[in-house]
Design a protein around this ligand. Structure first.
Ligand SMILES: Cc1ncc(COP(=O)(O)O)c(C=O)c1O
Length: 359
């Protein structure tokens, strides 16, 4: 059995990844730039007293019904598991199903690797090929005693969608291997989730688990809310590893409320696409920073012969701007940083800071 690596190997961005007092603008967390509307917060305030003093519904019934209405895929609540953020569900999945070995297409979100190691299983990394999943190799590596394959669409940190690969892997992998597809950013891709999600395939594939997060799409990062959709047999097994009341009452209520505004995600996608194009266009005028293509609300920047750590430290100390140094992702060196797409005024500040570092 592979020995566990320390948790420090799974590092995240966010203001608490550094001295929070230094951060005026956080471009290291990729949260929907539209935020939460003021009227929604006002409505929540009216219910805050009872939400704080009453035990929440351990089965999250109202929230599950809202999610099912929102997804519109004709499933019932037994196909859903709600988590205190998507991260909790990654770990519940790992504790429940991972024993032998696991394939991870990387670089990607580090919690897959961490949860696998904690569950006592071995990690087989299949490197991205031209920044996309190497479908053939993933299928080849997942044949012998492989409990699961972790995939992320669109992937973090690349921001690239690989919908066809997802479909090919689902259709060709052994039915004994679980396929865990993280779609936490899929609602923020330019053409939306409907054309790209694999969620409807859960009814045909008993080994498919789709993960969604409301922390990115609906800007609830501090509230912590995520869910997964899969066959009820898998849900029932994962329930054995879930604590009671894992999702607090404020999260359940706010989750239900944000899903009621059908225009929110469409507005978000328009803002993200416009601002990402603006940022990439401006960065394209510099010689030191090359933006890489992305389908979503964050993108990689190639810093060429500079060091990603030094660029991050410079922007933080001189400008109070935090970007994500990608050297801590498995399989990445010091050549890339990742930035979120935010509102125009903030993006302009970031671009000015890059331009101040040279032509
Ligand atoms: C691909 C991916 N999945 C899941 C998560 C975690 O989501 P949550 O905040 O819901 O735990 C992240 C956070 O960065 C992520 O990048």
């Amino acid at each position: 059995m592979m020995k566990s690596k320390p948790d420090q190997d799974c590092l995240h961005g966010g203001v608490y990844s550094v001295n929070p007092g230094l951060v005026q603008l956080d471009f290291s967390s990729s949260v929907n730039p539209l935020g939460i509307s003021r009227h929604l917060l006002r409505d929540l305030y009216g219910e805050l007293n009872s939400l704080c003093t009453t035990y929440p519904d351990p089965l999250c019934r109202e929230l599950k019904n809202s999610i099912l209405d929102y997804l519109g895929i004709g499933l019932d609540p037994s196909w859903l598991l709600i988590g205190n953020g998507a991260t909790e569900l990654i770990h519940i999945f790992a504790r429940t199903f991972l024993r032998r070995n696991v394939v991870i297409s990387a670089p990607t979100f580090c919690e897959y690797e961490l949860s696998t190691r904690r569950a006592g299983a071995a990690v087989k990394i299949v490197p991205l090929k031209n920044w996309k999943p190497d479908t053939e190799k993933i299928l080849k590596e997942s044949t012998n005693g492989c409990d699961a394959v972790f995939l992320c669409n669109p992937n973090n940190p690349t921001g690239i969608l690989s919908t066809v690969s997802m479909q090919q892997i689902i259709e060709n992998i052994s039915s004994d291997t679980q396929i865990f597809i993280d779609e936490c950013f899929i609602e923020l891709v330019d053409d939306g989730d409907k054309k790209n999600t694999m969620i409807e395939m859960v009814s045909d594939y008993k080994n498919l688990v789709i993960l969604r997060s409301m922390t990115k799409s609906f800007s609830l990062a501090g509230i912590r809310l995520g869910y997964c959709v899969c066959n009820p047999k898998l849900i029932n097994r994962m329930l054995e590893n879930k604590i009671s009341w894992n999702v607090n009452g404020v999260a359940q209520k706010l989750g239900t409320m944000v899903l009621k505004d059908p225009s929110y995600l469409e507005k978000s996608r328009r803002l993200i696409q416009r601002e990402r194009n603006f940022m990439m266009n401006e960065l394209g005028k510099t010689t030191k920073f090359s933006p890489m293509p992305s389908d979503v609300n964050f993108f990689l920047i190639d810093v060429s012969n500079q060091s990603s750590v030094e660029v991050r430290n410079y922007l933080l100390s001189k400008r109070g701007i935090l970007v994500r140094d990608c050297s801590t992702f498995t399989g990445m060196g010091l050549r890339h940083i990742r930035v979120a797409v935010k509102k125009h005024i903030e993006n302009t500040t970031l671009i000015d800071a890059f331009k101040s570092m040279g032509p």
